[in-house]
Structure formats: C-alpha cells, structure tokens
Design a protein around this ligand. Structure first.
Ligand code: SUG
Length: 451
C-alpha cells in the first residue's frame, strides 16, 4: 500500500458526443430520456456544448482529457442479429426489419463516460498502479454494447503497463449490473493522497426486485465488491452504501444524480441513501483510517425536493478543486433556472464551506437524455509520470479544442430524429468523422471499420 502522498491531478476525460445523438427514449427509469422520446436532436449542437464545457474547465486551470465516441450504428452487433452483406446492406436491412434494434444499436450513449469505467488512482491500490474496470452496463441493452469498445479505448490511451492495469468488465446477466464511476466516489485530502472509495449500489443481484420499486436499480453490490477487490483496494478505505429506493423511484437511476464527491467533500441530497446515518458513519470511519474528517454538505429535502434535484441535476454537477484552493461547481443551466437550486448554490458559494465558485453551462442536448456535466466525464487521477505515459493527443489544449470544434462543424448534422437513423448514408458520414478524429487524437486504427 502506498505510504507516500504523491502530487497528482484529476483529469476529467469527457466523452465527445457521437454523430447519432438522438432522443430514442431508450432508458426506462431515466425521466429525461423517457419524456423526450421522439424530439428532434442537434448532434452538432450537442458536441459543441460539450467542447464548451471542456473550455470552461481548461480556463479554470484544470487538466482536461477527451474520449472518442463509439462507432454507431454498431454494425458488429447488428451482424450478430443475422443482418448480412456490406455495412450499408446491414443498416438498410436492419432499418426495414428491426427499426427498434437499429435505434438501440445507434445510441450515442457512450458520451456519458462516467459510465465507461470505474477507476482507482495509484495512491489507493496495493500495486501503486491506476486500475480500470469498464462498466458492464448490463442493465440496458443499448448500453450493454459499450464495454468492449470502452475497454479498447482505455487500453489504447492508458497503454503503459508500468502504470496502468486493465480488468475485464464484471460478467453480467440477470441483475449483475455495473454502471462504473456513476456509482463511485472518492474522498481524500489531496488528489494524490490515499483516498477512501465509495461504492454505491442499488440491490443485490441475487435478491428479487422488491414490490415497492417503480424503476429498477442498476448497480449490484456484488459487482461493486468485485471491482474493489480487483482494484486491490485497502479494505479499511472503502465504504459500500445503498442508494435509497425513494431516490431510484423518483428517477435517480445512478447515484451521481443525487450526490457527488471531491476532496474531502460529499455533496448529497438528504434522501440519497437508504440508511443515511449508517452511510455517513461508515464514510467517517473509513476517512479516520487516514486521519481526516469528511466534509458533509447535505441538501435537505425541504430546501430542494428530490423531484427538483432530479429535474435540475443539481448533484450531477462537477465538483472540482481549483488550482489556487477551494472548489467550483460546474452546473447545468437547469439548476440556475430553478429558484430552490439556484438559491442553495448561491448560499453555498457565499458561505464558509469549500464551494467557492459556481459555473452554469448550457448542456441541454445531453440533459434531455438524462446526462448532466458529471455524466459526461470520467475522472482519472494521475501523477505527472502517469500523465506523461499517456498515448495519443487526448489531453486538451485550446488549440486542440479549436480543432475538435472545426471537426464537429465539418462532419456533424444539426438535426436528427430517431427515424433518420435508418439512413445508410449516416453510417458512412460517421465513419468519415471518426476516421478524421482518430487522426486528430493520434489514436491509430481504433475502430472496427479501420481494421
Ligand atoms: O444510461 N441515457 C443514459 C444517461 C446516463 C447518464 N449518466 C450518468 N448519470 N452518469 C442512461 O440512462 C438515453 C439514450 C436514449 O434514450 O437514446 C440514455 O442512455
């Protein structure tokens, strides 16, 4: 186990929104996805909103990374359903015979990289390496198509075996879901210090869904245990916490919809956890191992209702440490439009707590599918040596963001309805965009169509 505290930075790897971004209503239990089914989306607008978010973080002096979209429609998956011929034939035949299947295989849901993997920094692991486990995303068919390529991408970027370890996704089937960093948090005095990792789960894979559930939980405790074991974490430095059924039924399909961690702070809704007292005690006990106290920032239900929290995605903000001290919240503009959430944030910034700045951003394209600022990023804490060992050009500068902006304007459509996904030309356009992107990011032949 690491005895020393090394200097490390958190790098937020944002998912670039893919060219097929649409409102297919695919996620039962995700109210935004369910309610916006069939709306006209704007893939170009969506990717530009994401790039603007990355610019904001760069301007704050943070280290920003990017992860590429997945190949969509997923031709390899469609072929497994019996569609044959060349790639155009596959899309054409699937569009005619199985439009729902084509829609699922076309989702741009990989943009939400908080669900790409669970990552443990080298400060927390016995072998002092950064560990990655791609999420199996087995709870939703359209998302279950993501782990293979998510793992391939992470292995391409974090390829240096001296620093990085990649695990296979946890096997799934039944209710053995693992949703990655969306249900994972970390508390530590500095990013480079040994931290306490929080694993939030919704159910046991082996228990029957209880009668009181309107929506299904997605994360199984057995999957969380397996990730913690594979990542070689110190048993004293982990806490397993159950999401509240109330929050899941209100539409908090991932825990990052009702809580977020950073540094020693846990910012959470009063009704986020099933047994709050037990959860906070477990966290306090784990932090005591490393001689620090957690900073609990609780939002009471009578100042922000669970419904308002889920509608505005207050807790799906990014809580980040500023280079000169203090923290900033990067929030969706929906939380500024609601009086209760805006007032809570204003009071927090004016108070004596760690939150010193609030930045509201327009991420409506992603938000309409239930993805806020925190869903769009995978946090990876890296030391300078680990950062230097990355492959490709995935760390952003303003110039690289300019290039990505020009790339999106060149290749992306600005209007898409779910029905448009049957257009075989769309797949060719996407391949051209992704081929160009691998050149910009210097990631080699990453995609199936390039191999
Ligand atoms: O899994 N939406 C995603 C949103 C994921 C948000 N991520 C985090 N909370 N970390 C989901 O429900 C909707 C796609 C559609 O309907 O086309 C979707 O997959």
């Amino acid at each position: 186990m690491n005895e020393q505290t090394s200097v490390a930075h958190e790098v937020n790897f944002d998912g670039l929104v893919g060219p097929t971004h649409n409102y297919g209503g695919l996620s039962y239990g995700n109210l935004a996805s369910m309610n916006n089914l069939g709306d006209i989306s704007n893939p170009r607008g969506a990717v530009l909103q994401g790039i603007q978010k990355m610019r904001t973080l760069l301007d704050l002096g943070l280290v920003q990374g990017v992860l590429p979209p997945h190949e969509r429609p997923a031709i390899s998956a469609l072929r497994k359903f019996g569609f044959t011929g060349n790639d155009r034939d596959v899309v054409d035949a699937a569009g005619k015979a199985a439009p729902q299947l084509l829609m699922n295989c076309s989702s741009a849901s990989a943009m939400w990289t908080a669900n790409a993997a669970t990552v443990s920094p080298s400060a927390d692991t016995r072998d002092c390496k950064v560990h990655f486990t791609p999420a199996n995303l087995g709870s939703m068919f359209h998302r279950s198509l993501e782990p293979e390529f998510a793992g391939r991408t992470l292995q391409a970027i974090f390829s240096d075996e001296a620093h990085f370890v990649h695990h296979a996704p946890i096997p799934y089937g039944g209710r053995m879901g693992d949703e990655g960093a969306a249900n994972h948090g970390r508390l530590s005095t500095t990013h480079g210090a040994h931290g306490v990792e929080l694993f939030v789960y919704g159910h046991s894979a082996f228990e029957k869904q209880s009668a009181g559930m309107t929506f299904q939980a997605r994360q199984a405790i057995e999957a969380s245990h397996a990730v913690a074991t594979n990542h070689q974490l110190d048993g004293r430095a982990i806490a397993f916490i159950r999401q509240s059924a109330e929050a899941i039924n209100a539409g908090a399909f991932h825990n990052d919809v009702v809580s977020v961690t950073n540094g020693t702070a846990l910012f959470y809704h009063e009704q986020a956890f099933e047994d709050k007292t037990q959860a906070l005690e477990a966290i306090t006990r784990a932090c005591a191992t490393f001689e620090f106290d957690p900073d609990f920032i609780e939002v009471p239900g009578n100042s922000v209702s669970l419904t308002a929290a889920i509608k505005t995605y207050l807790f799906n903000s990014q809580l980040v440490s500023l280079p000169h001290g203090g923290m900033a919240l990067i929030l969706p503009s929906e939380s500024e439009e609601n009086d209760a959430t805006r007032d809570f944030v204003a009071d927090a910034v004016a108070g004596n707590g760690p939150i010193m700045q609030a930045h509201y951003l327009d991420l409506k394209q992603s938000m309409k599918n239930g993805g806020g600022p925190a869903c769009l990023r995978l946090r990876v804490v890296l030391t300078a040596a680990e950062q230097a060992a990355l492959t490709g050009n995935c760390l952003m500068t303003h110039d690289r963001l300019d290039d990505l902006e020009a790339w999106a304007k060149k290749h992306y459509r600005d209007r898409m309805r779910p029905e448009d996904l049957i257009d075989p030309n769309l797949y060719q356009e996407n391949c051209a965009a992704l081929d160009h992107l691998t050149q910009l990011l210097d990631l080699g032949s990453l995609y199936d169509f390039q191999r």
